[in-house]
Design a binder for this molecule. Structure first.
Ligand SMILES: Cc1cc2nc3c(=O)[nH]c(=O)nc-3n(C[C@H](O)[C@H](O)[C@H](O)COP(=O)(O)OP(=O)(O)OC[C@H]3O[C@@H](n4cnc5c(N)ncnc54)[C@H](O)[C@@H]3O)c2cc1C
Length: 310
């Protein structure tokens, strides 16, 4: 396939969430020719409202992204396309990027001097068959985002077997809920921490969970492995996360941290020349929209600065 001048970009950003869009905005305002390719399948599409983003509190997440795209697209050196990137390989000092169109958009094959990865993370949950049905409405993963909306509720806390911060989450929520139950094994929350949580009024339940139980669309409880249904109005689950970077050729795959995040310096530079990573793909992992956007800005500034060469 021949690549024309219109398919050459100074920066291609993979992922059009808050991190990728903010990076695109900063680069467009530096007159950089930039393309954002976005598969448009963000983790947070499960929720109806995003909370805590200054001046955009309670906005539906899709509206926030649409407003972000509008900001970027007003610059004529910037372009956004819905497409899933399927392969990135080294081409000279830069990269060749292949993407498959989604819902009728064309396939793309472009060259990029620099690539910014802003693809977010994929989450996996404990095996509770009905969890997904309540995810984003009654079961949440982000305490900072959604706890306020669950004040004075009966709240449960649980997570994947490898979850390390369940005790902290339960302690946070003990200030918010009318009653908080933490479902955790001794490996997840050792007894000394459990004792401190009980002092805060948290019930620590060592039983395994089997499923979420509801009345139509409303969560009413969690069923334990011995069949008891513990009544709750809301729950916070700590998922496991993984970066999905199979589209990068092996020789340009960045190192990963112990947590499976992309290893990068504070501005998102990876060990691979001209390859950057940003948003929740980088340490410390999932946080909130405004932090991902901030990381996107910082990475864009670094990429711009590296290109200027001073
Ligand atoms: C259910 C839920 C509710 C949340 N609620 C809130 C809230 O109320 N307030 C708040 O501040 N934060 C909230 N968050 C957290 C917030 O959504 C994330 O912190 C933020 O979206 C991360 O931004 P990001 O740009 O790094 O990644 P994302 O927003 O996940 O964006 C990544 C994008 O990259 C795309 N992508 C991935 N792979 C490819 C590929 N190969 N090719 C092309 N595109 C690709 C994805 O489709 C996606 O559009 C919530 C998260 C979840 C899961």
């Amino acid at each position: 396939m021949t690549i024309g001048a219109t398919d050459r970009y100074e920066v291609v950003i993979i992922g059009g969430g808050p991190a990728g869009l903010q990076a695109g905005l900063i680069l467009a305002r530096q007159l950089r020719r930039v393309l954002i390719l976005d598969g448009n399948r963000p983790r947070h599409s499960a929720t109806l409202e995003a909370h805590g983003f200054l001046s955009r509190d309670n906005i539906p997440p899709n509206e926030l992204r649409a407003a972000g795209r509008e900001s970027v697209e007003q610059y004529e050196t910037a372009e956004i396309q819905f497409a899933q990137v399927t392969r990135v390989r080294r081409e000279g000092q830069g990269f060749a990027v292949e993407a498959r169109g989604v819902r009728g958009t064309p396939n793309r094959h472009v060259l990029a001097e620099r690539v910014i990865l802003a693809t977010g993370l994929k989450e996996h949950f404990p095996n509770l068959p009905m969890l997904r049905a309540f995810y984003g409405t009654h079961i949440h993963s982000c305490v900072v985002c959604d706890a306020w909306n669950k004040r004075e509720s009966r709240i449960a806390v649980f997570g994947v077997p490898e979850a390390k911060t369940l005790a902290y989450r339960a302690a946070q929520l003990s200030r918010i809920g009318s009653h908080v139950t933490l479902f955790a094994s001794e490996r997840q929350v050792p007894e000394p921490d459990a004792a401190r949580l009980r002092e805060l009024g948290v019930a620590v339940d060592r039983r395994e969970l089997e499923d979420a139980v509801g009345d139509r669309a409303t969560l009413t409880g969690l069923r334990t492995a011995d069949g008891e249904i513990v009544p709750v109005d809301a729950a916070f689950v700590l998922p496991g996360f993984e970066a999905q970077l199979g589209f990068l050729d092996e020789d340009i795959r960045p190192d990963l941290t112990e947590e499976g995040l992309v290893a990068a310096d504070g501005s998102g530079r990876t060990r691979v020349q001209h390859l950057y990573a940003t948003g929740e793909l980088t340490a410390p992992g999932p946080e909130v929209l405004i932090i991902s956007a901030g990381k996107g800005a910082r990475t864009a500034i670094a990429a711009h600065r590296d290109a200027v060469g001073f």
